[in-house]
Design a protein around this ligand. Structure first.
Ligand code: GUN
Ligand code: ZN
Length: 435
């Protein structure tokens, strides 16, 4: 049994969606707070002056005074096999896939490369304070075996899946409807629900799967309702045009996924930029979630996610880095770009809502908010410590910020990986620059 341990510092977490206004009722912020952890789970979170007297005399209190403790970041869309080609110069999405993504993914037929890449990738997530992610593998089953083995060894709550892709891509990355179905079924059997791991059925996007393959993906989704579905939709205008040509009978690109039974709870679609209101309403009614990927959408010139329309439709959203289309593993940098994308659409992302989306909002998008995402009692103790002084500029800016909201906003605009002072998984420290 792990001893009870407490962490003192400023504390931020959310009880619900703080919305777009200044209403702070869903926000819990304690300037001098205490997080109490026992056996890897949250026991209590609140004011230090209230909780310190309740601790047993022998309890260890770790002093993070002056730092900010919050739940670990949740990345709702990322590609681990694209780590090595992040920041690759190209044109827009379809050229970039051909020039960089597909060649990089080819190397994941090799188990050794997949294992070494998984180690680097998960180190990078920990270093950036991201404790849960929804992760694309490649078309090779071995890429997912390697990823899950490494995530299991680190006791991480991670979701991943083998890419399904049987057309409109290089020969060397193709599977078949039957082969993809069999590999996915075996991987689900082997990994889904093992430790803290979950499987995601992962058709890359409708363009690279035949009708027969999308049908088999839908069959898997029906056979395994607790398993995730993970794909891309409506990212780029040329992609949307191509999808319309390939599926002329569909009402829209999104409708292709609904037709094959792939719009449901625990289905997460990256981008969702070029949707119409009917699509947004279908997302909301089916319980599917959008992963908003601001750095990727700017880098690939894809477009601007419409926050107001998503809110109006009642869509569930989370934030994704989309590495390697995205340009950073870091959720603070992602928040900065998300804020600017919202601004370009005339929408203001408050710092409360930004940090909500990066934590509890992500957990809700994934349907995992009963386990992760905030400091409610019995939640898994995956949390991070933000330094608040990681650069001379941030340290200086914090002195002029008068309110917690001002501090958070400055952090979300100026922070990067240097802000992550420590990362804890189930109460164990896995990254530490503080001592
Ligand atoms: N659409 C289909 N595949 C991909 C991918 O690897 N990255 C991005 N950003 N979009 C995609
Ligand atoms: Zn992606």
């Amino acid at each position: 049994m792990k001893a009870l341990r407490a962490y003192r510092g400023s504390l931020l977490h959310f009880l619900g969606d703080p919305g777009d206004g200044a209403d702070g009722s869903a926000v819990q912020y304690f300037d001098d707070g205490l997080l109490v952890v026992e056996n890897g789970l949250v026991k209590a979170a609140g004011e230090a002056r209230d909780l310190l007297p309740t601790l047993p005399a022998a309890a260890q209190v770790v002093d993070h005074t002056g730092r900010l403790l919050m739940p670990g970041f949740i990345d709702t869309h990322i590609h681990y096999p694209q780590t090595d080609m992040i920041a690759a110069y190209s044109a827009q999405l379809l050229d970039w896939l051909d020039d960089h993504a597909f060649p990089a993914e080819r190397r994941f037929a090799d188990a050794g490369h997949a294992a070494e890449s998984s180690r680097f990738f998960l180190d990078e997530l920990m270093r950036n304070g991201t404790t849960t992610a929804l992760v694309f593998g490649t078309v090779h089953a071995v890429s997912v075996d390697a990823f899950f083995a490494e995530a299991e060894a680190r006791n991480l709550r991670m979701i991943a899946g083998k890419v399904l892709m049987d057309r409109n891509c290089p020969e060397y990355l193709r599977d078949t409807p039957d082969g993809g179905y069999r590999d996915s079924s075996s991987l689900i059997e082997k990994w889904h629900g093992r430790g803290r791991l979950h499987y995601a059925i992962t058709p890359r996007f409708a363009i690279t799967s035949s009708d027969a393959q999308l049908e088999s993906a839908g069959r898997l989704a029906t056979e395994h309702p607790g398993v995730f579905v993970h794909s891309h939709v409506a990212e780029n205008l040329n992609e949307v045009r191509w999808a319309r040509e390939l599926f002329p009978q569909a009402r829209s690109y999104l409708d292709v996924y609904e037709h094959f039974g792939l719009l449901r709870e625990r289905a997460v679609y990256a981008h969702c930029i070029h949707l119409d209101d009917e699509d947004r309403s279908r997302m909301a009614h089916t319980g599917a979630a959008a992963a908003v990927c601001a750095t990727s959408n700017l880098f690939l010139g894809s477009g601007l996610f419409d926050f107001a329309a998503a809110r109006h439709a009642g869509m569930r959203i989370g934030l994704g880095t989309d590495v390697g289309g995205g340009t950073s593993f870091n959720m603070l940098r992602t928040l900065a770009e998300t804020y600017k994308v919202a601004q370009m659409g005339g929408h203001r992302l408050t710092p409360w809502r930004g940090f909500y989306l990066a934590t509890l909002g992500g957990a809700k998008a994934l349907g995992l908010d009963d386990r992760i995402g905030n400091f409610a009692p019995a939640r898994e103790a995956d949390f991070i410590v933000l330094r608040m002084d990681s650069t001379p500029l941030i340290a200086r800016r914090m002195k002029t910020a008068r309110t917690p909201a001002e501090k958070l906003f400055a952090l979300m605009m100026l922070g990067d990986d240097r802000e992550i002072g420590a990362t804890y998984i189930m109460g164990d420290c896995v990254w530490n620059t503080l001592s």
